[in-house]
Design a protein around this ligand. Sequence first.
Ligand code: PGA
Length: 251
Amino acid sequence: MRKNIVAGNWKMNKNLQEGIALAKELNEALTADKPNCDVVICTPFIHLASVTPIVDSALIGVGAENCADKVSGAYTGEVSAEMVASTGAQYVILGHSERRSYYGETVEILEEKVKLALANNLTPIFCIGEVLEERQAEKQNEVVAAQLASVFTLSAEDFSKIVLAYEPVWAIGTGLTATPEQAQDIHAYIRSLIAEKYGQEIADNCSILYGGSCKPSNAKELFAKPDVDGGLIGGAALKVADFKGIIDAFK
Ligand code: PGA
């Protein structure tokens, strides 16, 4: 059975003290009122070692927002998947559109990152999604199919361990959200590609999250769609009331 997941992506927000305070507040809120889905917070690297011990791992998983495409060595400023795992983190966002567009992450680089994440027992939350011009040209299906090449070289066993996030770039941080119907259409298409490649059972078990201006006011409608299994949340993950409002869409 696939899992429903609400994952926060803090991006480059919150200093260490602010991040610890946010994680504590979320932990308290979810301890008092248990979620009906898996909850994950993905934080800047420097927060990981401080945040993992203060959240109840039965309620909140912790993840990084990126990791290196190399195992170890002379790569100044990089953080490896092994280092991420050594903090107690269990997840890593890979292929976010901001990494693809600002830091030149290609299908090939992302394939390496996914493999290293899995080799270190991290669950990749692998992001795909088209930009506005591609949507206007009705090329979104082609775009996501090409981006999936980074994960379609995995064995069936490894593919079963990953989570996908469909994030239309035109909806990220813009206040524009895909309609529930737009999200459902492309999530169903993504699932059909997985079924073609790995079979229906693996496709049915794969969690596909929606991301892009997801808020308490639209989460319920989006998550109600049969192929939308939760959300990857940016801006609304920075306030406990908003993030919990989205988590509560599963109640
Ligand atoms: P947003 O970001 O919720 O602020 O649109 C989503 C994301 O980039 O993961």
